[in-house]
Design a protein. Sequence first.
Length: 200
Amino acid sequence: MNIKKAEFVISNTDPEKCPPDGRPEYAFIGRSNVGKSSLINMLTGKKGLAMTSSTPGKTQLINHFLINDEWYLVDLPGYGYAQRGKKGREKIQGIIDAYLDEREELTCLFVLLDCRLEPQAIDLEFINRLGESGIPFVLIFTKIDKISQSKLNGNMEIYKVKLLETWEELPPIFYTSSEHKKGKEEVLDYIDTINQSLRE
Ligand code: GTP
Ligand code: MG
């Protein structure tokens, strides 16, 4: 799929104020600094579309980007950023929870994980919660330019074993590098397939 048009529409903290037009949306979630905003820029081919930063905690709102006038990419704040303090973390968690619980247009959630890290409790808890609430999701391992292929393979093996302790089968998994523009086709084709099935 080609992205011909990508435009910022609205930022807010309240799912009720998100675009009311019913178009399907695909949201990006994960720990702060995992590369959500960078991935949106890479997928759309627009560098400054979503704001990125080398310091965690950059995205603090629900951000809607309209793609090809047909569907939305949604950039969400990261969870679990310790520096923000308890109050700040709870506020961000409240925004994320409200979005996940209330937003019917959410068609698939992309859960981003840093491919360099071993499975983290905070991510596993988040993923398990998605299962409990029945939210469709896939996993994206980010920043694959930062490790070797053999290290990546090893880390993925550990991750899969960990997931299979809880899940009967694995969700779809993608591997991306926003730096090297890797994984773009795969992720966009996946979204395209879902969009097509929604039209049928
Ligand atoms: P928050 O909005 O704070 O939750 O973070 P985020 O998940 O949106 O991360 P963001 O896209 O802002 O990226 C965080 C940092 O990681 C930035 O310095 C990016 O340049 C860097 N980064 C993101 N993706 C990649 C990648 O694929 N490869 C490399 N090498 N760096 C990346
Ligand atoms: Mg961000």
